[in-house]
Design a protein around this ligand. Structure first.
Ligand code: ZN
Length: 150
C-alpha cells in the first residue's frame, strides 16, 4: 500500500503543478463554474460535444493540488468518451474515493484515476476530488447556477 501512496502523491504533485488541458473556454464550448466552499477551490470546466461524444474537455481556475490534479486527469480521461461512459466513470470514481461500491469493478473502469483511491484516507478532500466532475456535469446541462459541492 505504501507504494500506492507514493504513486498517489507523485501523480497529485505532477498534475497539481502542471495541469493538463488548462485554459480558458474556446468558442462554442459549454462551460460551468464549480465552487468548493470547504476548501476554496474554484474552477471552470469547458466541454465540446460532438454527437454524444466528448470531443474536448478543458478547465481553468484556482484550487488546491487535489482539485487541480483531479480536474487535470478528468479532462485527459473523458476526451473521446461517450456521455454514458463518463457517467459510469463518475460513479466509479465517487465510489472509489468514498470507499463504497465494489472496488474491483470500480478500479477496473478507471485506469489512471485509480490513484485517487488515496483520497479515501482524507475524507475532507473528497469534495476537492469530485469538484471537477460535478462541474463537468453542470457544463453539460449548461446550467447558469454555479455547481457547488455543498
Ligand atoms: Zn481543495
Amino acid at each position: 500500500m505504501s507504494e500506492f501512496r507514493e504513486l498517489y502523491q507523485e501523480v497529485i504533485l505532477d498534475h497539481g503543478k502542471n495541469p493538463r488541458n488548462f485554459r480558458e473556454a474556446a468558442e462554442g464550448e459549454r462551460t460551468a463554474y464549480g465552487h468548493n466552499p470547504l476548501c476554496g477551490d474554484k474552477i471552470q470546466v469547458h466541454v465540446a460535444m460532438d454527437h454524444g461524444v466528448i470531443e474536448n474537455v478543458a478547465f481553468h481556475g484556482q484550487g488546491c493540488a487535489i482539485s487541480t490534479a483531479s480536474a487535470s486527469m478528468m479532462t485527459q480521461t473523458l476526451k473521446g468518451k461517450t456521455l454514458e461512459a463518463a457517467e459510469t466513470m463518475f460513479q466509479s470514481f465517487h465510489n472509489l474515493i468514498t470507499g463504497t461500491g465494489d472496488p474491483e469493478t470500480d478500479l477496473a473502469g478507471l485506469g489512471k484515476l485509480a490513484v485517487f483511491a488515496g483520497v479515501r484516507e482524507f475524507p475532507v478532500r473528497v469534495k476537492c476530488a469530485t469538484l471537477a466532475w460535478h462541474t463537468f456535469k453542470a457544463a453539460l446541462t449548461h446550467s447558469e447556477e454555479p455547481a457547488s459541492t455543498e
